[in-house]
Ligand binder design. Structure first.
Ligand SMILES: [Zn+2]
Length: 295
């Protein structure tokens, strides 16, 4: 039987917010969701999954506060998944900024092994000075930073340091040459607070992931930052990612085909190190195709 056409169409599509599990994360069925992600990715038409593993996902140290050993283990497992599937998977180096030396070592080590960005969970509030050396290291490697965010923090949440759009903006202003990906606008909290906080900050990008699919969320996101600062992603729930991709075509203001390309892959091509995303043409900042990356 011929392969069915991808549900999201045949244009390149980058998932900037993916996760995988591994054998030492406390789940016996860890391979099942990993396989399901790749299967769903093929069906949806995801060209490349840019993914992270947060230590042992809470099994031997807290998810949002992984121990140095678990940070290294998670990154090793993530890089192994990339090595097994180099045409479809790329890695964020996950770090815990509370241990500066270890975090910088991990960024360097994972960078040498093919990581393309940095993932910061919620180990420290986003505007804390401990994040400055991390951002400086990301800048040296042209890595974007994907930062876990609660949309509008109104109280403490168990097990995580609270960070919202306003906190991330303070960090982004200190590091204007680093691209910051504000995680999962559909992931919980008040995204309208986020949109207002980041509207005028050109180096903050919004990832559309998270299970929230509220009517009006995408329209407001487009209005706040425009298609050039939106990135498609799925996080845990890939089906809502697909739904939002379809809904985006009918957002008000309406996105034309070029703007959809920006959200699907071109913005990612512009903020990740050039030529590092398999199947995605390398772009210069002005949008001209510089070279097609080798597969
Ligand atoms: Zn996530």
């Amino acid at each position: 039987m011929p392969e069915p056409a991808p549900l999201a169409g045949t244009e390149p599509l980058v998932d900037v917010h993916a996760h995988f599990l591994h054998a030492r994360g406390g789940r016996r069925d860890w391979e099942t969701p990993n396989r399901a992600r790749m299967r769903a990715g093929a069906r949806i038409g995801i060209t490349v999954h840019i993914a992270s593993i947060l230590g042992t996902w809470g099994h031997t140290s807290p998810t949002y506060f992984p121990s140095p050993a678990d940070v290294t283990l998670g990154n090793d497992e993530m890089l192994a998944i990339q090595d097994r599937d180099p045409e479809r998977v790329r890695t964020y180096a996950t770090v815990n900024p509370n241990d500066t030396a270890h975090a910088l070592e991990e960024i360097a080590r994972c960078g040498e092994r093919g990581a393309v960005g940095v993932k910061l969970a919620a180990s420290r509030r986003a505007d804390d000075p401990l994040l400055d050396p991390i951002a400086a290291a990301a800048e040296r490697r042209h890595f974007p930073i994907l930062h876990h965010i609660w949309q509008h923090r109104t109280r403490d949440w168990p097990g995580q340091e609270i960070s919202d759009g306003a906190d991330l903006v303070r960090l982004a202003l200190r590091h204007p040459r680093v691209s910051f990906i504000l995680a999962h606008i559909g992931g919980g909290g008040d995204y309208r607070h986020t949109f207002a906080a980041v509207a005028d900050i050109p180096n903050v990008y919004l990832d559309l992931s998270g299970s929230g699919v509220d009517r009006g969320m995408l329209d407001d996101a487009v209005r706040a930052v425009g298609a050039r600062r939106l990135l498609w992603g799925s996080d845990i729930t890939m089906e809502t990612g697909l739904a939002k991709l379809r809904a985006l075509e009918f957002a008000e203001p309406r996105l034309n085909a070029d703007a959809m390309r920006d959200v699907r892959w071109r913005n990612a091509a512009r903020i990740f190190p050039p030529g590092t995303l398999p199947g995605i043409p390398a772009l210069e900042r002005d949008g001209k195709v510089a070279a097609v990356s080798a597969r």
